[in-house]
Ligand binder design. Sequence first.
Ligand code: BGC
Length: 762
Amino acid sequence: MTDTITHGPAADVTGLTTEEKASLTSGASFWRTKGVERAGIPSVMLTDGPHGLRKQREGGDHLGIGDSVPATCFPPAVALGSSWDVELVERVGAALGVESSIEDVAVILGPGINIKRSPLCGRNFEYLSEDPIVSGVLGAALVRGIQSKGVGASLKHFAANNQEDDRMRSSSDVDPRPLREIYLRAFQRVVEDAQPHTVMCSYNRINGVFASENRWLLTDVLRDEWGFEGLVVSDWGAVSDRVAALRAGLDLEMPGNGGQTDAKVVAAVSDGSLDEALLDASAQRVASLATRWAATPRVEGPLDVEAHHTLAREAAARSIVLLKNEPVDGEPLLPLTTGRSIAVIGAFAEKPRYQGAGSSMINPTRVDDALTAIRAAAGEAAYAPGFTLAAEPDPAETARLRDEAVAAASAADVAVVFAGLPARLESEGYDRDDIDLPADQLAVIDAVSAANPRTVVVLSNGGVVTVPFTRRVPAIVEGWLLGQAGGSATADVLFGVVNPSGKLTETIPLRLEDTPAFLNFPGEEGHVRYGEGLFVGYRWYDARRMEVEYPFGHGLSYTTFGYDAARVSVTDGGDLEVRVTVTNTGDRAGRDVVQVYTSLPGSRVQRAPRELKGFASVELEPGASREVVVVVRRKDLQYWDLRAERWLVEGGDYVVEVGASSRDLRSSVTVAVEGDALRLPLTRESSLGEVLAHPVAGPLVQGALAGMSQMLEGASSIMPEGVSMERMMASFPIGRIGMMAGGQVTPEMIDGLLAAANAPQQ
Ligand code: BGC
């Protein structure tokens, strides 16, 4: 295995014909780029992604769908994200890189880091979080891991692709602040921290313009602002106008279409409507990617299937979130102790749901089921399927299966119910209609938990589901979709071989109607309005002080952790260094994820009550303590300033909260942060309030107001007692103040004031 990657020189495209350059910028087939043999530019393969390699066997169908080579199915992003484990995620990335390299794949199409705007999005299982810091930090770790093997990552789907419904046409209409602060922030972080070799543009429009034709997105923001050095590839079939796309900064159209659109590019160059320099730049990027791959040492096969399965099992166990674990007869129900008889109930125990449908579907090297793993751990266990996965189950069959499950549960010391979403209820390509488990499964959970107080529910779902049984069962394990080793990993957690440490990267709400995008999803007539603005996920529930079932960041352990008071200091570079000592106060080794949130009370702009700004994990033996340091980058304190159209740190007293979840905050510290300088010119439109706050104009106007005592006295008769004239007039544009001042303020005076205020400072 090679860890050091050396790149050969990139081929130069300047000597190529326009036809050759155009040919480089679209695919040769479903998965390959075109080469130019005489220039030494090879054809390379890009393929899915993201949580395993989906590489079609040679000679497979032309749609690129069937018959992929076996590969390790690691936990999909919904699960892996819940680990909050940067080091582990990077190792999984490296393993993806190894599998890609062995199969001669230059680029694996992932990670997907779109924000989970609504739990209804059918593809949420492929995404990491409702929060941009979690998505950005873990997305960067995946990219670093993949690219450590010389294979390129493809950061997708850029951008604001947060639903499947009408995904190839719909316009995501997002205001600048949420666009920057929520939807682009994770992409920005991954690009700046990890430089993915490629970024994949999404299908949808953003504020009316297709991502593939969006020059602002693909060039101004991605390249000029963030410094992206790689290649922009289209999502498969995302290009509607190839020439417009090239002009906007889309380098490679995929999949290939037999050269049909290359001819349009050539024609546009010859009639002058496309600047050849743009084509040169895009062709060069494709050529560089291909020649670099050709010069990259490959990881030699065969794949160590066993080692990667073991990693998949480790990652799956880390991804499991223990939602609830209450004592029954004075003892926590989990971990299960051997010696107690177990009834395993639910079809997912035998036939696991471990990944989602669509382009990310991996042909796994093997699959572990939980039933076999539980029997191996416990010696024996009874089993009843409990329900069928049929779309319209037969009522008599449903009743029979339920009765059988109740009988098995009654006869055992402990019942473990494996419930979840049938595959048809979530997939790439369409969204969900609701966020509930099927009614027959809910009925089985109720019946079993009524029959046996020691009932554990284990969930398998890619999108969040409601858990209405939460008060009726003592233990709930959220297993998401855990990849091919999910069954054995689940048994590891149930029996305490692994102490769970996953935490929610998305809120579990009480009901769909509570969710932030409820009234604006999936939009209509080709537009989806992101009406909740900045208030995505926990930002929404916290701002509205709503109850949730389980909050963002929540996840239990078989041990407990104590936090001492946090300390915060500001580094020379302006970052916040947050320190807190964590102690394992229980009786077994465990890992906790320390989360740091900030807020700025009294901010001049709208903000969520708290925003995650950093996290770190700590592993502790029983009784041990360790100081955990979380660095909050100054950059992450910025908001997008609409007046200046740039990022800005607002100065003030920031509240830094440290905790084990967004609603289990253990300490709070206030720290003064110096703001970025921003001097906006005053205009006739500036309000009296803004003028009064201005360092030069403010005192001048204060003085002038004092001289207008007569007018002010008159006005005071219509003002509430105790309210100043300045307050009542605060929003009055300064240019129109003359009208109200009875001739005492002339246009010349206003011009003089503005000139003084806007004069360059000495
Ligand atoms: C998906 C991408 C995927 C591509 C290639 C598209 O439909 O949106 O995520 O990488 O197909 O399979």
